[in-house]
Design a protein around this ligand. Structure first.
Ligand SMILES: Cc1cc2nc3c(=O)[nH]c(=O)nc-3n(C[C@H](O)[C@H](O)[C@H](O)COP(=O)(O)OP(=O)(O)OC[C@H]3O[C@@H](n4cnc5c(N)ncnc54)[C@H](O)[C@@H]3O)c2cc1C
Length: 290
């Protein structure tokens, strides 16, 4: 049973922001509802007001912005999975979305909901982190931009203030010479990650000129694996360097034991997922091993 609440369905972003600032902390935004309704049913949250964003067409788009792709927060995962622009510009995001949930969940679930729910296991986060995405937020004080690395503050927590809505995800597109890949460990297809990893590399002259790695479900928030990255940058793109750098993942993470997996299992599997993601990213970047 759902707890009682008052339902609001604003017709514009401006109205939604005004409504949310009037209602204050007792109000919760709902997009697809695939996280929020589950939490409300379980009694984990019981907002007095629910503000539905589904009429806000202005936050539902995928736009080509030259060297960046702009994705409205209200865009569904299904639209992302089927977008040619995403497939070309940010293929690693598409790869992650393909591995999420079932198609019918994805037709209502949004990218904004996945990020704002702030689960450490949010599968869109690692690909967006290796792409250094920026999140555009609108609230009572106006518009601001937050680098994705600064967005999550803890499990279920973000930097969003009262009345603020995530409106857009701006993602620098993949460049020539770069390759990226996503790896997910789960108990069955479409289930939440036990652990996940995304990698983006750029190789030139047989060396890693850039390497970005991010992990999900192995820390209180999705994280960048900075020690792995440091062990790669500037080094020869050999399998040995890659294997040894992947082992650094253990020092980057802070996994816990929960219903999906133990701390020790997550530690071991993080190394494996990082290595696999890096290997596939290298192949996609040109496939030449020094
Ligand atoms: C069967 C099933 C399988 C799933 N599998 C996966 C999976 O494999 N991987 C995965 O990562 N997730 C999975 N999920 C979780 C969920 O589907 C996703 O996180 C989804 O993207 C949430 O989007 P939503 O639009 O439904 O969010 P909602 O439930 O509407 O909202 C989630 C949270 O974000 C807030 N919010 C939503 N939009 C905004 C916004 N624009 N601005 C500010 N706050 C906002 C809401 O207030 C709420 O707190 C699964 C869920 C189900 C039910």
């Amino acid at each position: 049973m759902l707890p009682e609440f008052e339902y609001h369905r604003p017709a514009s972003l401006e109205e939604a922001v005004r409504l949310l600032s009037e209602l204050g902390p007792d109000a919760k935004v709902i997009a697809g509802g695939t996280d929020l309704v589950v939490k409300m049913r379980a009694g984990l949250v019981s907002p007095r007001h629910v503000v539905d964003l589904s009429r806000l067409t202005e936050i539902r788009f995928i736009r080509d912005g030259g060297d960046r792709l702009k994705i409205g927060a209200g865009t569904t995962l299904w639209e992302i999975e089927n977008s040619e622009d995403v497939a070309r510009g940010v293929p690693v995001l598409r790869e992650a979305v393909e591995e999420m949930a079932s198609w019918h969940v994805k037709t209502t679930a949004t990218i904004g909901g996945n990020l704002c729910n702030a689960s450490p296991a949010a599968d869109t986060a690692p690909p967006l982190m290796v792409h250094d995405a920026t999140l555009v937020v609108v609230g009572p004080e106006g518009r601001r931009e937050v680098p994705i690395g600064e967005f999550f503050t803890g499990p279920g927590q973000t930097v969003l203030g009262v009345g603020e809505i995530l409106v857009e995800v701006v993602v620098p597109k993949m460049r020539q010479g770069q390759g990226a890949a996503f790896e997910k460990l789960t108990v069955r297809e479409g289930a939440l990650s036990i652990a996940s990893a995304a990698a983006l590399v750029e190789i030139s002259g047989g060396r890693f000129v850039d390497a970005r790695v991010a992990l999900g479900a192995v820390a209180p928030t999705p994280i960048r694996a900075l020690k792995v990255e440091r062990a790669l940058k500037g080094r020869p793109a050999t399998r040995e360097v890659l294997r040894s750098a992947s082992r650094e993942a253990k020092a980057d993470i802070k996994p816990i034991t929960d219903v999906r997996g133990s701390r020790e299992y997550r530690e071991e599997m993080s190394v494996v997922l990082v290595r696999r993601a890096l290997e596939r990213a290298v192949e996609r970047a040109g496939g030449v091993w020094a």
